[in-house]
Ligand binder design. Structure first.
Ligand SMILES: [Zn+2]
Length: 245
């Protein structure tokens, strides 16, 4: 979901120092979205490339913050940014590839931050974080916490599928160990871990489940619980070894 309502004051850096004003280069990225041309009858000499709105601009006196602010509200701005503008700067030269922003990569990075630091999903809507990103790139697109929640779950399912294929292709035996305990609140839990030796004879392990398991923790309940987890994981290996230690 795009948030174009944020009010931020972005002062784009102009070249400082004693360079001649008339030869000052247009270094700001906003010039990817605006064209400086001959003044019309009202003296307006800069137009938005998208909605064609015009301004009177004197490069010796003005910065480009007016244009940066306009990009936050321009109704005709391309949804994902002009593909050409993503790769070309205002001189028509190729931009540094590090400056090209791919919305899909941004979305994936959001997921990685959430998962790595166990953040609440609403962090993608934190106002200060959005102001920072908008400052770094005025055309950044934000996502809502609901979209982010879906993204995280999609990544979980995708990674789980990779692990399912991995576990089913392990050359040797899959050894399952379970740990069951009751917390001081009388809530019961179980952690089921799969251990295996990979193709390079390296011992590896993955947690298959860390879930609630109310008492009783007797053998029939445990067998049923593990069976359910294996069905959920679609593990059909014949060489299963279960250690109840
Ligand atoms: Zn515009």
């Amino acid at each position: 979901m795009e948030d174009s309502s944020s009010t931020i004051n972005i002062e784009n850096a102009e070249i400082q120092g004693d360079s001649m004003p008339k030869t000052r280069q247009k270094t700001s990225d906003v010039w990817n979205n605006f064209t400086n041309e001959e003044p019309d009858k009202d003296g307006k000499n800069v137009k938005c490339n998208h909605c064609l709105r015009r301004w009177k601009y004197e490069c010796t006196k003005m910065g480009t913050s007016t244009f940066s602010r306009h990009m936050l509200v321009c109704k005709k701005k391309p949804k994902f940014g002009d593909v050409g503008a993503m790769f070309l700067n205002h001189d028509g030269k190729l931009r540094d590839k590090d400056n090209v922003i791919d919305p899909k990569i941004v979305q994936d990075l959001f997921i990685k931050v959430s998962v790595a630091h166990n953040l609440p999903l609403k962090w993608v809507e934190f106002k200060e974080m959005r102001v920072l990103l908008k400052y770094l790139n005025p055309s950044v697109r934000f996502i809502s916490r609901n979209t982010h929640a879906l993204d995280v779950m999609n990544m979980y399912e995708s990674e789980k599928e990779k692990l399912r294929i991995r576990l089913n292709s392990v050359p040797g035996m899959l050894c399952l160990t379970s740990d069951i305990w009751t917390a001081c609140t009388n809530s019961g839990y179980m952690c089921l871990t799969a251990h295996y030796v990979d193709e390079k004879c390296k011992l590896d392990s993955k947690i298959l489940a860390f879930c609630s398991m109310p008492p009783p923790h007797s053998a029939p309940e445990l067998a049923q619980k593990i069976s359910n987890i294996l069905v959920d994981w679609e593990i059909d290996k014949e060489n299963l070894f279960i250690d109840f230690g």
